[in-house]
Design a protein around this ligand. Structure first.
Ligand code: GAL
Length: 690
């Protein structure tokens, strides 16, 4: 059987959009939210724009779910109401982020095209009456989506109010995988294009195992429910295919817009929250990266998750300014317990996004809906009206962002990168892995949290991209690691970088096949070892480690390895567990750099000891600030800016050396010298002297 050729992959460079402009006509930081005037009688609109002006709103997202109103019957369009809305906003100096309404096709579409509905893996056909329930590979859906988009682009493509195109809504949500007949045909076409021949497909999927060899393209199926686990390479390709179908829907609409309009195009991502889209790929296709973020209410440290999502968004944008297109003023309505934001929390959230590179702070939504599924969701203008705390905070935030206009366009720089490879998550998240407790996202979040607590700003990076600008690269979960990406990491170390790799990395290639030479073989040179055997632990079991010359005690959980050393120095050994005396943490010098390997799960506190030594190799040091004081710096052309957010209930101080010289507090306009207090639950934004 022929060997599979390396599967084609989008070129890793460049990272982020090619477009380097910004929204035409929007000065300063964008502020506003989703605006759904069609849910209200027209007399409310005048009050809306008056209050928008009071709140400092300069941009609203319009028409995201308006397809049924804009095209009430197939091919019959009614733009009169939208004309009036856009003209009203324009007359009041509020710019428009104009939605294409294709996330919610009208009832007539489903009536005429029932086979465009999504079929789940278990064979259930999803009904209409909701949103986001169309098979992305349906040709009828694509044609209808391009038709309404074209009509919108023709009508509003040069309207002076329109500053941005908002294609669709959150591709990949609420459903992404589709196992319908449409998907079946499209999957075969996609595979044929990718592999060229059945021999290549059989080799890539390893179909000799369990007798799955295909002799006819018509026999190849989408990986719907199977009696026992399905072919993992097939499922990995299905994840790639699903992503590709969604992306094709986006680019079709984007291209239809570009025929009639020069206004930049975005689609709202859900960085870190939507597993079905490979955002590094998507970011190359948009003009401006935008993101939606909602706190996990159950997590008391959810501001760390927020920072991670913001850093990931900036990273997929290649460091360019990005837009927070949705977050909430207070509670959402779709989590088990929808905790309301506490006073000041919305501003802390908003300023954290801003500090991490967002040049737009927007919400879902402007005015709370009286009807429908989201009536208990918070809004800028809540049901309680303008007498409410939320409204007062919305007005205050608008005024504050107005004072921060000069931050627009400034950039965040990071010395540390955490590797993020969506394909690896897709592969590792399949069934029959050595331990269900080895969860890739958990490791990413743990290392991110450690770096967050140590005050080190983090980028996310793909394993194949140019890493030479980073002092430290952390690979918490690189289960799938292509040979060329491993070579890139090895070259990074040889060139002087510090690489830290966590367990269950470097295991399989792009077809989910174990690397020739065994586990971790592609990183043998960089790390000075391979893994002979995985030694996962029983649920709840712990393993003791003796760390360093003093044998300091650490505890690992979930995982251990039987490591085959090949030059690496043992920094910590197991004192008990499945391999007492075996290497647990290693350090290896390769070329001008260093490769670290940690073979067990350390919690965020235990990671401090290890990271202290890793930082020393990378010539980095923790900021030394209080753990609850989040500080990020943005670099502008004329000045640098420090955004400091106090997440604790106690007043904290920014030491004098952080803002050395005379800084200006942009929120108060006051000069600041020496130690700067950051009040409990408050934030400061300083312009730093150069
Ligand atoms: C987003 C979605 C919005 C709204 C919001 C509620 O995911 O884009 O339309 O539903 O959630 O939190």
């Amino acid at each position: 059987m022929p060997q599979p050729s390396p599967a084609p992959r989008a070129a890793p460079h460049p990272v982020g959009p090619a477009f380097s402009g910004w929204l035409p006509g929007v000065d300063g930081i964008c502020y506003g939210g989703d605006y759904n005037p069609e849910q209200w009688p027209e007399e409310v609109w005048a009050e809306d724009v008056r209050l928008m002006r009071e709140a400092g709103v300069n941009l609203v997202s319009v028409g995201i779910f308006s397809w049924a109103l804009l095209e009430p019957q197939e091919g019959c369009f009614d733009f009169a109401w939208l004309d009036r809305v856009i003209d009203l906003l324009h007359a009041n100096g509020i710019r428009v982020d104009l939605g294409t309404p294709t996330a919610a096709p009208p009832a007539w579409f489903f009536h005429a095209t029932p086979h465009a509905r999504v079929v789940t893996r278990d064979g259930v056909t999803l009904g209409p009456g909701s949103r986001g329930m169309v098979a992305p590979s349906s040709p009828e859906y694509r044609a209808a989506a391009v038709r309404i988009t074209t009509e919108l682009a023709k009508r509003y493509g040069t309207h002076p109010a329109v500053a941005l195109w908002h294609v669709h809504n959150e591709y990949g949500a609420p459903v992404s995988d589709d196992y319908s007949e449409n998907a079946q045909h499209a999957f075969r076409r996609w595979l044929l294009e990718r592999y060229g021949s059945l021999d290549a497909l059989n080799a890539a999927w390893g179909t000799a195992f369990w007798g799955q060899v295909y002799g006819d393209w018509d026999h190849v199926q989408v990986p719907a429910a199977t009696p026992t686990t399905a072919n993992p390479a097939q499922r990995l390709d299905f994840a790639r295919f699903t992503d590709a179908m969604l992306l094709e829907c986006f680019t079709a609409e984007r291209d239809a817009i570009r025929t009639h309009s020069d206004v930049p195009v975005t689609t709202n991502f859900m960085a870190a929250a939507c597993p079905s889209t490979d955002l590094f790929r998507w970011a190359r296709e948009v003009d401006v990266v935008s993101n939606d973020h909602y706190l996990t209410a159950a997590d008391p440290r959810n501001h760390v998750g927020l920072a991670l999502a913001a850093d990931l968004t900036r990273s997929v944008a290649g460091g360019k300014p990005w837009m927070l297109l949705e977050h909430s003023t207070s509670a959402v309505n779709w989590q088990p317990r929808n905790v309301a934001k506490r006073p000041g929390e919305m501003a802390r959230n908003a300023l954290t996004h801003l500090g991490r590179g967002a040049d737009a702070i927007m919400f879902f939504q402007w005015r709370a809906s009286r009807s429908g599924a989201e009536k208990f969701h918070s809004a800028m203008l809540p049901h309680a009206g303008t007498g409410s705390r939320v409204w007062r905070e919305v007005v205050q935030l608008g005024a504050d962002l107005g004072r921060l206009s000069e931050l627009r366009g400034s950039r965040v720089r990071a010395d540390v990168a955490i590797l993020w490879d969506q394909e690896s998550f897709w592969a590792q998240d399949l069934e029959w892995r050595p331990s269900e407790d080895a969860v890739p996202r958990e490791r990413v979040e743990a290392f991110y949290d450690r770096l967050w607590r140590d005050g080190l700003t983090v980028d996310f990076a793909q394993p194949g991209q140019d890493l030479s600008g980073y002092r430290l690269v952390v690979a918490p979960a690189s289960y799938l690691l292509r040979a060329d990406d491993a070579a890139n990491l090895t070259a990074y170390v040889a060139g002087g970088g510090t690489l830290l790799v966590s367990y269950f990395s470097g295991i399989v290639d792009e077809h989910d096949a174990v690397h020739a030479g065994g586990f971790l073989a592609p990183l043998r040179d960089a790390l000075g070892l391979t893994v002979e055997e995985f030694l996962p632990l029983r649920q709840g079991d712990e393993v003791g480690l003796a760390y360093g010359a003093e044998g300091r005690e650490l505890t690992g959980t979930v995982w251990a390895d039987d490591v085959a050393l090949d030059g690496a120095q043992v920094v910590a050994s197991y004192v008990d567990g499945p391999k007492p005396g075996g290497a647990a943490i290693t350090r290896h010098e390769h070329g001008a750099g260093t490769g670290w390997y940690v073979s067990t799960r350390l919690d965020v506190e235990s990671l401090a000891l290890l990271m202290g030594d890793v930082y020393a190799d990378a010539r980095l040091a923790p900021s030394g600030l209080d753990e609850d004081l989040e500080v990020v710096r943005r670099h502008g052309e004329a000045a640098d800016y420090l955004v400091a957010v106090n997440h604790s209930a106690t007043d904290l101080k920014l030491p004098g050396q952080v803002a050395a010289g005379q800084a200006t507090d942009l929120l108060t306009g006051e000069p600041v010298t020496g130690e700067t207090p950051v009040p409990a639950g408050g934030a400061r934004v300083l312009r730093l002297p150069r």
